[in-house]
Ligand binder design. Structure first.
Ligand code: GTP
Ligand code: MG
Length: 344
């Protein structure tokens, strides 16, 4: 299934009802005076983070959310009814962006969080409101305030515990397939993965969620390749797993390209805990392996693990290293909940 993580919706808050111009007319009552009521308030458009959703798929079917207008005021001092609010129910972790897709209006990161996206217009005053000592019969009333029209984007970031990074063909999807129930597409050409995949992996009795994202290339931050929008999916991960293809003749440059793109992406991504792994070591002999590991460790300035997603050598050690980083992170999602709510 294509992971739907971005939706454009049109919202409009309700206009306020008009105030009413009316005079009391009754038999035997002269100069009954103004009795036009105020208009009701328009409904607001509200977004709420709710439980039990993990995609924005509902917004593919409904893109327009219009709140009700307020009712106009009426004679005999009757106020118009307020318009009803409309509620957009989104999964936890959804960001609300302005039409430009950059300005963040709200970031709904906790369950039950609510934000008003467009406030309903106020109702206009009826002529009763304008009665003064010197003007006992005002013939004026206010119109209701207009509603607000707005186009917004909803963007859901997958909440995974560990995020995979690497150039195309680094073996990210192979690793996910080897360690989890996910079955991503694997092939020996770049950009096999076009959409992020999630998988639940288990090690030593605990489970956590790994996100496989499309490969990054140099200049991804300027839109080359598939761009770096996908990094949004791993922004909330506790740890990043950087896979470096051990068979590549340029493995140090490969490593640095990814680090450069992380820095260009900005935010805190480059400072996130990271595990660097020399992958595909099944294809290397002992000497090549030692040399590659040494070169990579020098570039990283720290230890590097070795692994092969194909022969599964070293995979458990990698999972343990990830798990150790996830435990440190207090914001980690409960593995139990994640694994239940996850759907292919
Ligand atoms: N020898 C060897 N080959 C591997 C290993 N892991 C992956 N490969 C091969 O490398 C190629 C790319 O693997 P993928 O898992 O599709 O790579 P990816 O990083 O997901 O690539 P993109 O989705 O294109 O970014 C495939 O032909 C895999 O069979 C490994 O551990 N050893
Ligand atoms: Mg892939």
């Amino acid at each position: 299934m294509k992971f739907l993580d971005l939706a454009k919706v049109y919202i409009r808050s309700g206009a306020g009802g008009n105030g009413c111009v009316s005079f009391r007319r009754e038999k035997f009552i002269e100069y009954g005076g103004p009795d036009g009521g105020d208009g009701g308030k328009g409904g607001s458009v509200i977004v709420e983070a709710v439980d039990g959703l993990n995609t924005l798929i509902d917004f593919r079917y409904q893109q327009h959310f219009f709140a009700q207008n307020g009712q106009s005021g009426m004679g005999r001092q009757r106020t118009g009814k307020d318009g009803e609010d409309i509620l957009l129910r989104v999964p936890v972790g959804t960001e609300i962006l302005d039409e430009d897709m950059e300005t963040v209006i709200a970031d709904l990161s906790t369950l039950g969080e609510r934000v008003v996206l467009a406030r309903g217009g106020n109702g206009g005053f009826g002529n009763l409101h304008f009665k003064t000592a010197t003007n006992q019969a005002p013939r004026r009333a206010n119109p209701g305030q207009e509603g607000i029209d707005r186009t917004i984007w909803l963007r859901l970031k997958l909440i995974a515990d560990a995020g995979l990074l690497g150039l195309p063909n680094a073996g990210k999807s192979t690793f996910l397939a080897a360690t989890s129930n996910a079955r991503p597409k694997i092939a020996d050409y770049p950009f096999t993965t076009l959409h992020p995949n999630l998988g639940v992996v288990g090690v030593d009795g605990v489970e956590f969620v790994v996100a496989d994202i499309p490969g990054l290339i140099e200049g991804a931050s300027e839109g080359r390749g598939l761009g770096d929008l996908f990094l949004g999916h791993v922004e909330r991960c506790a740890v990043l797993l950087h896979l470096v293809d051990g068979t590549s003749p340029t493995l140090v440059e490969d490593y640095e390209t990814i680090i450069g793109e992380l820095e260009a992406y900005g935010g805190e991504l480059a400072d996130k805990p990271r595990v660097t792994v020399l992958n595909k070591v099944d294809a290397l002999d002992d000497e090549e392996r030692a040399l590659a590991k040494e070169m990579l460790e020098e570039a990283v300035g720290g230890p590097v693990l070795v692994m092969s997603g194909v022969s599964r050598e070293g995979v458990t050690e990698v999972l343990r290293a990830l798990r150790a980083r996830i435990d440190d992170d207090r914001l980690r999602q409960k593995p139990q909940e994640e694994s239940q709510s996850w759907q292919p």
